[in-house]
Structures are given as structure tokens and as C-alpha cells.
Design a protein. Structure first.
Length: 324
């Protein structure tokens, strides 16, 4: 009994402390984001090259802690935050983007490319892209911001095209004796529903949207790769991926080398013998050299893609994504 009374007293005291301070303080449960900090990865001198990493699935989904606080920005916000800081630093003379991505959503890929091109225009500095394992579909779309695109000798490049997913659960629902009743204002209102198949007419509408995004992809490549004309890009835009040597011959990239070679290329182009390679990070991120990866790197998992089952999110999900 005495122990119980002591426990109640302690619990009451804790509640009083929480209530007493809740009006003048914020109690943080779990991790949260700190400010961006600059880290020098290598080099000396006042002039800098900012290393920006596009790693994993391209989307704008935030990471959150169990308490709901944001622990990592979505990729679109993260890229914008980095280039906004770089724009204020007069010593940043070039941007080096390291890409290792199978692509992602159409909109996220398009926004990132737009932000990078606008940054390059405002800051009037060159952008170099170095491809690691993969720059496929949306990954290659983002790479088009580069004045030069260099790939690792064993990289894969391409997969120019659009993909979208729709699950059809009609037969499964029939087998387990479940029917899905929908009241709608027009017959096309639920054409992305997973509980019925497309009609031929609806499939045509869906294909038209896919073709629209595909044509945009082709146009963006033509606009940003002066070595390629529209006909050449159209002949490559069938979803194939190419190895580095093929990509050079097809003029999708400008050269092959290691990231250290790209750094030396930047020094030569800028006519600056000493350059710092810097990156922006938050406390807890592991980044010590050009090959380091951030701890939170999205991986491609088709089971995690929105297939239209989650009604709290927008669907369908159109993607510039390599999904072998």
C-alpha cells in the first residue's frame, strides 16, 4: 500500500510538472531536425564545390519520428534547402550532383530538375553530374540539369519512359465473397478503383496521360542535351537501360570516369587549382568523403509504392521509374 501511495505521488508530481511547463515550453519526444551544417570533404582554398546527393527513390515524402516530428525532409524540399543555402555563399563556384537512383514520381523529378535549372541560371555557375550505380528514368531526368554528365564505368543509364500501377482485385473479392459498392456522379469517377478493371475507353484515357508525360520526358532531354535531336531521343525512349559505354556513344552522357576524375575536371574547367568539396548535413549524418552515403537512403520497393489502395493519398501514381 505504501509503495502504491508513493507511486501515485510521483505520478502526480510528473503530471504537475508537464502541465505547469506546457504553457511556456515545448516538450520534444524523439529526434527532430537540426540546422544544416557545412562539412569539408576534401580540398583547400576559399572556393567551393557543393556536393549534392540524389540517392534512392525520388519523391517528396518526409521521414517522421514516432511522435510525428519531421526527422528528414522530402527530397524536393531537401534539394531546395541545399541550393537556397548555396545561393547565398559567394564562394560556391560549382554544383556537383552525385546520382544513384532508379527514378521516382513524375512530379518530384520534374520539380527537382526545375529547381536545379533555376538555381544554375540565378547563380550563374556550372552543374556537373556524376552517376554512380544507376541514373534511370527520373534519375536521368534530374541528371539533365548537368552541363556535363559523367558516369562511373559500371553505371546503368536510361530507362526513358513512364510507368503507373493499378491493382485489380475484382476476382479476389469475388472468391472471398466481398463486393465493393460505390455511388458516383459519373461512370468514369472511379476508373482507378482497384475493385474493377478498366474499360477500353478508360484504358485509352489512361494511356493518353502516360503518353503526355512520356512526350514531356523526350522534350526535356532534347532541350537539355544539345548533342541529341528529337528523332534520336525518340529512338532511345523505349525504356531500355544502357551501360556507360553505350550511353556515351548514344550521347546520353558526356564521359566515363570516377568521381575523383570529375572533381579534377571541374578544377580544370574553372581554372582553379585548389577547391574545397563541401556538403551540407545535419547532426548525426555520416559524411566523411566523396563516397560516403547518408544513413537514410530510400530503397526501391514496389510493395511500398501507392497502388491506389491508400485512399488518404493521391492516386494514380505516375512515375519516371525503372521497375525491372
Amino acid at each position: 500500500m505504501l509503495r502504491m501511495l508513493n507511486f501515485i505521488k510521483v505520478l502526480g508530481l510528473l503530471i504537475w510538472v508537464v502541465l505547469g511547463f506546457s504553457s511556456c515550453a515545448t516538450i520534444q519526444l524523439g529526434p527532430s531536425m537540426g540546422p544544416l551544417e557545412e562539412t569539408v570533404l576534401q580540398g583547400e582554398g576559399p572556393e567551393k564545390v557543393l556536393l549534392l546527393e540524389v540517392q534512392g527513390l525520388i519523391n517528396n515524402q518526409k521521414d517522421r519520428s514516432f511522435s510525428g516530428s519531421t526527422t528528414a525532409l522530402g527530397m524536393v524540399e531537401w534539394v531546395q534547402e541545399n541550393i537556397s543555402r548555396a545561393e547565398k555563399d559567394e564562394y560556391v563556384k560549382a554544383l556537383l550532383i552525385k546520382i544513384n537512383s532508379p527514378g521516382g514520381t513524375v512530379t518530384a523529378s520534374d520539380i527537382i530538375l526545375h529547381e536545379l535549372l533555376q538555381f544554375k541560371k540565378r547563380k550563374n555557375i556550372p552543374i556537373y553530374v556524376h552517376i554512380m550505380d544507376l541514373a534511370a528514368s527520373g534519375g536521368y531526368y534530374v541528371a539533365l540539369a548537368g552541363d556535363e554528365i559523367i558516369a562511373h564505368p559500371t553505371s546503368l543509364v536510361g530507362s526513358i519512359g513512364v510507368i503507373a500501377f493499378k491493382v485489380n482485385l475484382k476476382n479476389l473479392m469475388g472468391k472471398i465473397g466481398v463486393e465493393w459498392e460505390i455511388v458516383k456522379s459519373a461512370d468514369k469517377k472511379d476508373f482507378m478503383s482497384p475493385f474493377r478493371p478498366f474499360t477500353d475507353e478508360e484504358r485509352g484515357y489512361f494511356q493518353n496521360t502516360i503518353d503526355l508525360f512520356h512526350n514531356r520526358f523526350v522534350s526535356v532531354i532534347t532541350e537539355n542535351r544539345s548533342k541529341l535531336n528529337l528523332h534520336e531521343v525518340q529512338s532511345l525512349a523505349d525504356g531500355r537501360v544502357f551501360d556507360s559505354e553505350q550511353a556515351v556513344k548514344l550521347k546520353l552522357i558526356d564521359g566515363i570516369g570516377y568521381i575523383s576524375d570529375t572533381v579534377e575536371r571541374i578544377k580544370t574547367d574553372l581554372e582553379i587549382s585548389e577547391l574545397q568539396i563541401v556538403t551540407y548535413h545535419r547532426e548525426g549524418d555520416y559524411k566523411t568523403n566523396l563516397y560516403s552515403l547518408y544513413p537514410q537512403t530510400p530503397t526501391l520497393n514496389l510493395f511500398n509504392l501507392d497502388l491506389g489502395l491508400d485512399k488518404s493519398s493521391l492516386s494514380p501514381l505516375f512515375s519516371y521509374l525503372w521497375a525491372p
